[in-house]
Design a protein around this ligand. Structure first.
Ligand code: ZN
Length: 175
């Protein structure tokens, strides 16, 4: 197989990208960075293609996958068990485009339905606490080749905060 930069296809196996176009590699990097370093208290919304229900979708290994499932399996270090769902955790998050694995759990269909009942007694929506970056996140931001806008969305901070981290104006002591 040849690598076609215009082709939105990508093979992804056991944590390795194989034969991915630059576009797809960028999207996978977004998922890796979110899966490994996203803050606990902030939703990370998938900024690319979504399905009609608002869930992020990506064309991987020849089929359409839901991005929040991919993100949770990276966090778990294994594929989801057969028949299990990546459920947005009740109360914490009821936000289909959110792929923050801290807001997801592996659940059976029944558990997922029960979550929705629990959620019914609470106000829907993402939690909007302003988050403070950890040192690990600061290092990941400095290393990342994502745009500042994308990084701001992953870490739930403003673009100017990302800029300040990148230039060392903030967090200068973290090397
Ligand atoms: Zn969320």
């Amino acid at each position: 197989m040849t690598n076609n930069p215009n082709n939105e296809s990508c093979t992804y196996k056991q944590g390795l990208e194989i034969n991915c176009s630059p576009l797809m590699a960028k999207r996978l990097n977004f998922i890796f960075q979110t899966a490994n370093t996203a803050p606990k208290d902030k939703c990370v919304e998938w900024p690319y293609n979504r399905d009609q229900n608002g869930y992020g979708k990506i064309f991987l290994n020849g089929k359409i996958e839901r991005v929040h499932r991919v993100s949770l399996s990276i966090k778990l270090g294994r594929p989801l068990r057969h028949g299990m769902w990546a459920a947005h955790a009740p109360v914490i998050c009821h936000n289909p485009p959110c792929i923050n694995p801290n807001h997801l759990r592996e659940a059976s269909r029944t558990e997922n339905m029960n979550d929705k009942i629990v959620d019914g007694t609470h106000v829907y929506g993402e939690s909007c606490h302003s988050s403070k970056l950890t040192e690990a996140q600061v290092l990941a931001i400095r290393k990342s080749s994502e745009t500042q806008v994308i990084l701001a969305s992953i870490y739930g901070v403003s673009q100017s905060q990302i800029s300040a981290v990148k230039t060392g104006r903030n967090w200068g002591h973290v090397k």
